[in-house]
Ligand binder design. Structure first.
Ligand SMILES: NC(=O)c1ccc[n+]([C@@H]2O[C@H](COP(=O)([O-])OP(=O)(O)OC[C@H]3O[C@@H](n4cnc5c(N)ncnc54)[C@H](O)[C@@H]3O)[C@@H](O)[C@H]2O)c1
Length: 440
């Protein structure tokens, strides 16, 4: 099939590369000329494991191309995916749909024949209706269907998720549109990935419900972690104890500094706006958003407390700045709130991240970014594990302890057993776990 993808970001580029790998003929479009120029040179604009090889292979085989010329990509395409950003609208938390609508207008102006227009961006209920209205108005004579096909991939494991999804959700109002989507996903469908066809509004809401549920799970265990600290219980054991129950499941039960990233924060807010406008409040999600916001800041206070009576002028090294490992995405990363809290308290902040430094720099201009975790730790008064990158899971803790001004490790992801940390000569602070007996 001939496929055009509008928006070549985390979702658009991964989708385009995977669709071409299935054998489809794909053109990825972006307004950002630098991004397209980089891709044409074989340089990935984002860090996503395995993406460079997948893109190179399909470019070489002639199934994947890049352009800034939307009209050329849309001409003759049988399926046109909208994968542009839907950030929070400044000021009110609604999803900003201006990129989606403007892409829809551009597509409508360029349509040359029958096509299915697919919203892959995460969009509030009813957005597909508006996209359809825009397209019908601008291209009245052209046979088109507008379909919702929300994306569930995780950054850092995006290719695996795209190729082996738990399910594919397609919201279509017309059987012919659903059939076209079965054709797009046929290779996965043959692998028995369940393809769930729903109404368009149901598909749109399913994406938000999924993200809100996962955000709730994370927030739940984070609150349980606080309770563990108060009563002397161990949240990792609690997680294991409840996660082995198949009704609950073990995923998303790792206590930490709060959820961040490009999806959960904005999607929970947008869902609350939909609920408010529909007079069907979602009080659980309201609580989740409040608790998570408070938690990010509270993590900053936790670090400050660990610095003792006079934090001002002390130095803290934050290790892992991206919102999770294996991505360079810094959007709404908890590290940003922690940096803010530390800087407000007069603490000097250093940082290290394996892939996210370039993205982090403009977001934390006063942070002294170092090239290695050891460099960041040297002379510091505390080291904080903020994101559990693999390279941060096997640090030489003795070397770190020996190089620091005050040997303190604050492990916000519970990566290291507390006993191992104290044995290396570091004072340990974690999340939702009792300090080991006899620790300093
Ligand atoms: N990032 C994720 O993990 C993820 C997962 C699932 C769903 N989503 C959703 O997918 C959507 C895209 O997210 P993302 O992280 O890929 O965003 P992104 O910001 O990485 O990419 C969006 C791209 O669209 C381009 N763009 C905007 N308007 C355009 C236009 N009219 N024509 C051509 N290009 C245009 C931008 O230049 C940008 O490169 C969002 O709605 C997001 O919520 C993201």
């Amino acid at each position: 099939m001939r496929i055009a993808i509008i928006g070549t970001g985390y979702v658009g580029l991964v989708s385009g590369a995977c669709f071409s790998d299935f054998g489809h003929d794909v053109v990825c479009v972006d307004k950002d000329m630098a991004k397209i120029a980089a891709l044409e040179r074989g340089v990935m604009p984002i860090f996503e494991p395995g993406l460079d090889r997948l893109v190179a292979r399909n470019v070489e085989d002639g199934r994947l191309t890049f352009t800034t010329d939307l009209a050329r990509a849309v001409d003759g395409a049988e399926a046109i995916f909208i994968a542009v950003g839907t950030p929070s609208r400044r000021g009110d938390g609604h999803a900003d749909l201006s990129y989606v609508y403007s892409a829809a207008r551009e597509i409508a102006g360029a349509l040359t024949g029958r096509a299915v227009i697919v919203t892959k961006s995460t969009v509030p209920v009813g957005t597909g209706d508006e996209v359809e209205r825009i397209v019908r108005e601008a291209a009245p004579g052209v046979d088109t269907w507008v379909v919702s096909n929300p994306e569930f991939l995780r950054e850092g494991a995006a290719i695996e998720d795209f190729k082996h999804p738990d399910r594919i959700v397609v919201g279509a109002e017309d059987e012919r549109a659903a059939e076209a989507m079965r054709e797009v996903y046929r290779p996965l469908y043959l692998n028995k990935a369940p393809l769930l066809v729903t109404t368009r509004r149901t598909a749109e809401l399913t994406k938000y419900a999924a993200n809100a549920f996962l955000a709730t799970k994370i927030t739940f265990i984070n609150e349980i972690a606080d309770l563990c600290e108060a009563v002397g219980a161990d949240v990792q054991d609690v997680s294991r104890g409840i996660g082995l129950d198949r009704r609950i499941g073990s995923k998303f039960l790792h206590a930490g500094p709060g959820y961040g990233g490009s999806c959960f924060p904005k999607d929970t807010l947008a869902l609350l706006k939909t609920a408010e406008d529909s007079q069907a409040p979602l009080r659980i999600v309201e609580a989740v958003v409040k608790v998570n916001d408070a938690r990010k800041r509270a993590m900053g206070r936790k670090v400050i407390r660990a610095l003792g009576d006079e934090p001002r002028g002390k130095t803290v090294a934050l290790l892992g700045l991206t919102f999770k490992p294996n991505t360079d995405d810094m959007r709404a990363a908890p590290s940003i709130s922690i940096v803010q809290a530390l800087e407000d308290a007069g603490v000097n902040v250093r940082g290290y991240d394996p892939e996210g430094m370039e993205q982090a720099r403009p977001l934390m201009p006063h942070v002294d970014l170092r090239d290695s975790p050891y460099d960041a730790a040297t002379g510091a008064d505390a080291v904080v594990i903020v994101t559990e990158w693999d390279v941060l899971r096997a640090l030489d803790l003795r070397r770190i302890a020996a190089s620091m001004a005050t040997p303190v490790l604050i492990d916000l992801r519970n990566v290291y057993p507390p006993e191992e940390v104290t044995a290396a000569g570091l004072r340990w602070h974690g999340v939702g776990k009792p300090a080991p007996t006899g620790s300093p």
